[in-house]
Design a protein around this ligand. Structure first.
Ligand SMILES: [Fe+2]
Length: 483
């Protein structure tokens, strides 16, 4: 919040103007004086007053007309009307014109001080209340935006919130390149040309470089220019900007920039706190999400490489996990599930046959039908897949359900438990559809690969018996056309 309240005094008589100005300055207000409407509007164009003490008569019109003009520009402005009329008439005029109070001429300095003091107390109280309400509302939005588990959506959400809350023309997010800490990447921008996004800037360059070095933010506005003489600014005197660092574990990981160009009101120190809340929460969210994505990536690599290992040497199974994983993802993405759940289902589809490594090769490659005993062994593979992946039995949810139940049949009769319909976990039902399509479209020793059209017919035949009918429909209409 601004340290001092800004008071505009408009009065056509120079002497009265001074009589009002001097005590107000002694009270600690920042005072702007004017003798006409034109002068008052010009002097408050860049920075609005908090309180306007306006004479009824000005050189080029009335204080009431000036107040209306100012109020349109600064809706929170409080007004005191100076009137030559009686107290009763003055009160009526002030109230009907939207003034907060009035001073009837001739007034004493004590009256002036007392009324101004009361106005200032009211203003400060209102500002504090408005501010805490604004911050509470803004913080709620920050929590919503930073809950995203999608990196691009998170970054776009941060800048779109910053631009909206900052009533700004431009908001941008620069992140230190994790692979090359000597440069920023413009990760997201709202209000800038599209081709600037992904542009690279050295972390030592310009204002951003200084913020990176110092680890503290910067407000560039007419009222702060005096303090910024040492900064490498290319500021023409128009607009205002707030640049704040995103800090994680004591290191600057990025910068949030908010710029007002067309907004006549410059950003003020009071804007600092809410945006610091945003950058603090954004830093936490970005760091956490990056760690999660990295862990997911490492998990993916581990799962895929083991799947390739289990498929090695078996031409019929080679590449199955990868293909099924992709088809499973395509179907799971359509099932309106949280992204974490989709990831687990895809991992389940890759790991579902890990247990095949425990089945002797002569059974897997047997050219004749399997004996009952051999079948019993094959049916153990979902359980073995889980044992290999998770010997402690810690895995739960879609990952476990998808692996353990991927051979259940929608109409019953599958294994290991012979579950039916929605008793079968959704993850397993999704994998089953994707897996069946992959198997149908691959060649087998006893038949050639089916075309997509033939595979669709077969899927529809199996729908309800082996496969979940809703998921099959979704797969046939939405996934297969994209394959
Ligand atoms: Fe299997």
């Amino acid at each position: 919040m601004r340290d001092r309240l800004r008071v505009l005094v408009a009065e056509d008589e120079e002497t009265i103007l001074n009589i009002i100005r001097i005590p107000l300055e002694r009270m600690g207000f920042q005072v702007v004086t004017a003798r006409s409407i034109a002068e008052a509007l010009s002097k408050t164009e860049r920075e609005g007053p908090d309180l306007a003490i306006l004479d009824w008569v000005l050189e080029d019109g009335s204080g009431v007309a000036l107040f209306q003009k100012l109020k349109n520009r600064y809706p929170d402005l409080l007004g005191l009307l100076i009137t030559g009329h009686s107290a009763t008439e003055g009160a009526r005029q002030a109230e009907s014109s939207g003034f907060w109070d009035f001073l009837a001429k001739p007034f004493t300095v004590t009256e002036l001080v007392s009324k101004t003091k009361r106005s200032a107390e009211f203003l400060l109280m209102k500002k504090a209340k408005d501010r805490s309400e604004r911050i509470a509302r803004f913080y709620q939005r920050i929590l919503e935006v930073t809950a995203s588990r999608d990196l691009t959506a998170l970054m776009k959400g941060i800048i779109s919130l910053a631009r909206e809350e900052g009533k700004a023309d431009i908001a941008s997010l620069m992140l230190v390149d994790p692979d090359d800490p000597s440069r920023f990447i413009i990760a997201a921008a709202d209000g800038l040309p599209e081709d600037l996004v992904q542009k690279v800037v050295p972390v030592t360059e310009g204002v951003a470089g200084r913020i990176f070095e110092k680890g503290s933010g910067l407000l560039i506005a007419p009222q702060t220019l005096e303090d910024l003489k040492d900064w490498p600014l290319r500021y023409g005197g128009a607009g205002s900007a707030l640049c704040l660092p995103l800090i994680s574990a004591g290191r600057v990981i990025g910068l949030l920039n908010i710029t007002r160009l067309t907004n006549p009101q410059p950003l003020t120190p009071s804007d600092w706190e809410p945006f610091e809340l945003l950058t603090r929460r954004a830093s936490e969210a970005l760091t956490t999400l990056r760690a999660l994505l990295k862990a997911a990536c490492l998990r993916w690599i581990a799962f895929s490489s083991f799947a390739r290992y289990t498929e090695e040497g078996d031409p019929h199974r080679k590449g199955t996990a990868e293909r099924s994983g992709q088809l499973t993802r395509a179907l799971a993405d359509l099932a309106d599930l949280p992204s974490e759940e989709v990831e687990e289902i895809v991992l389940a589809s890759i790991a579902r046959d890990f247990g095949m490594v425990r089945i002797p090769e002569q059974i897997l490659k047997k050219p004749a039908p399997l004996s009952d005993e051999e079948w019993m062994l094959v049916k153990q593979h979902p359980k073995w897949s889980l044992e290999i992946l998770d010997p402690q039995g810690a895995v739960t949810g879609p990952l476990r359900g998808g692996i353990f139940h991927h051979h259940e049949r929608f109409g019953g009769g599958g294994y290991p438990f012979g579950l039916k319909g929605e008793e079968i976990p959704l993850s397993a039902r999704i994998i089953s559809v994707a897996d069946t399509f992959d198997a149908l479209t691959r060649p087998r020793p006893y038949r050639p690969a089916l075309s997509h059209q033939q595979a669709v017919q077969e899927l529809l035949r199996l729908s309800g018996q082996q496969l979940d009918p809703d998921l099959t429909q979704l797969f046939v209409t939405r996934v297969i056309p994209q394959v």
